[in-house]
Design a binder for this molecule. Structure first.
Ligand SMILES: [Zn+2]
Length: 182
């Protein structure tokens, strides 16, 4: 079994910046511990980065959410240093820049041995539970129907607590395994 941890959008803008939240700050230690655990067993870690350009306000996302964030190259776009400093060297992880909620390049990034994903155990954590975590969990289920796709609820934060809980329920309905739900 190939174990892969996907850390979704744990960037400064989603934690302490333009779209930051206390819930996102609260999960930082748990997310760090999880990354550490994967490193210890030599498993793969992939960070995703929400990535926007100068035209953000003209994009569909910008029209619905008129708060510029994660502009490529800015401090807000960077992954929280608390998740890499003293923990990961750049060779220890892969970074995926994604222009929208769900990433469509997973087949190339993961390059699974088995096309149906039967050799994969994928765990997702990060923010926001109800947007990018859910989008990518469901995309991965579509690409890899035989993979185990898991979400650790204690290492995810939603736009609101209600949206977080609702997204976990939707993912469970779609046979994503949800662990550590309180
Ligand atoms: Zn965005």
């Amino acid at each position: 079994m190939r174990k892969i941890l996907i850390v979704v959008d744990m960037q400064n803008d989603f934690v302490t910046g333009a779209l930051g939240s206390e819930d996102a700050q609260r999960i930082l230690p748990g997310v760090r511990a999880k990354i550490e655990a994967y490193h210890k067993e030599d498993a793969e870690v992939i960070f995703t980065r929400d990535t926007h350009g100068e035209d953000y306000m003209q994009t569909n996302e910008g029209k619905h959410l008129p708060v510029p964030h994660c502009m490529k190259g800015t401090e807000g776009w960077q992954i929280c240093s608390a998740l890499t400093e003293g923990l990961c060297a750049e060779k220890d992880y892969t970074v995926v820049d994604k222009p929208s909620f769900g990433y469509t390049g997973w087949l190339d990034v993961i390059a699974a041995q088995e096309a149906d994903g039967s050799d994969l155990q994928i765990e997702l954590i990060g923010v926001c539970t109800d947007i990018c975590v859910a989008s990518n969990a469901l995309i991965l289920k579509a690409f890899y129907p035989e993979a185990t796709v898991r979400v650790d609820a204690s290492c995810c934060a939603g736009v609101t607590k209600e949206a977080h809980t609702a997204a976990l329920q939707t993912m469970k309905s779609c046979q994503v395994e949800v662990t550590n739900e309180v």
